[in-house]
Ligand binder design. Structure first.
Ligand SMILES: *[C@@H]1O[C@H](CO)[C@@H](O)[C@H](O)[C@H]1NC(C)=O
Ligand SMILES: *[C@@H]1O[C@H](CO)[C@@H](O)[C@H](O)[C@H]1NC(C)=O
Ligand SMILES: *[C@@H]1O[C@H](CO)[C@@H](O)[C@H](O)[C@H]1NC(C)=O
Ligand SMILES: *[C@@H]1O[C@H](CO)[C@@H](O)[C@H](O)[C@H]1NC(C)=O
Length: 179
């Protein structure tokens, strides 16, 4: 009888060890990291019946703010191969942009770049960063991704190449390390 609790205890720890092995697998090699460079154009179409960014929230004070401080947009913006909106669609930038500076035009961007063409079709990159839109070149962080971009890290450099009533085109160069 003296052995009984010991056996129970043993089974208990065995159960823990077994359940642990179910969710904690061996570490495996990831292969060598690759560096990919992506070059494409991002478009915001504000005019027409289907604007690609929409204002979803603002504070009362936003309307009187010189920098639109407090406005929050949700966007589903096309990404194209060339600078013209009519050039080949390669994906979309879907996410949130909010004006977050009281002293300059500056957005916090949180975007998923969803690729729908070519070797990155079906993969996404998650880009987060500061976008002081009047500066020539801005830089944001690639903080992750999925598909071929699992464990991605990198940066995006962007420059506005067209700013007209109801339309904005931004050139993106993205450098990504992935596996
Ligand atoms: C915002 O403005 C509306 C309409 O003038 C007013 O009813 C509301 O109380 C204001 N909200 C705040 C937080 O000041
Ligand atoms: C974009 O392409 C359209 C149709 O091909 C053309 O009419 C337009 O002039 C082009 N715009 C620019 C800025 O090149
Ligand atoms: C991208 O992938 C989807 C889903 O696998 C497929 O339906 C589509 O044809 C692909 N597009 C291109 C341009 O390869
Ligand atoms: C993107 O890279 C190209 C080629 O190196 C360069 O000409 C262009 O100025 C770059 N644009 C940005 C926004 O970094």
């Amino acid at each position: 009888m003296k052995g009984a609790p010991t056996v129970a205890l043993l089974l208990f720890f065995l159960a823990i060890a077994t359940s642990m092995s179910d969710y904690w697998r061996e570490t495996v090699g990831m292969g060598q990291p690759k560096v990919s460079h992506l070059h494409f154009y991002f478009h915001e179409v504000g005019k027409g019946s289907n604007p690609t960014p929409i204002l979803v929230a603002e504070a009362n004070s936003t309307k009187t703010s010189p920098t639109s401080f407090g406005s929050v947009y949700v966007a589903d913006d096309p990404l194209t191969e060339g600078p013209n909106l009519t050039s080949k669609l390669i994906g979309r930038a879907q996410g949130i942009q909010a004006a977050c500076s009281m002293t300059e035009f500056n957005l916090i961007m949180a975007l998923n770049f969803v690729f729908t063409d070519g070797e990155f079709n079906g993969s996404t990159l998650t880009v987060v960063g500061r976008n002081p839109i009047l500066q020539d070149v801005r830089e944001m962080s690639v903080v992750g991704g999925n598909g071929v971009f699992r464990l991605a890290q990198g940066y995006a450099q962007l420059r506005t190449i067209l700013l007209a009533t109801g339309s904005l085109t931004v050139e993106y160069n993205v450098t990504v390390i992935h596996y």
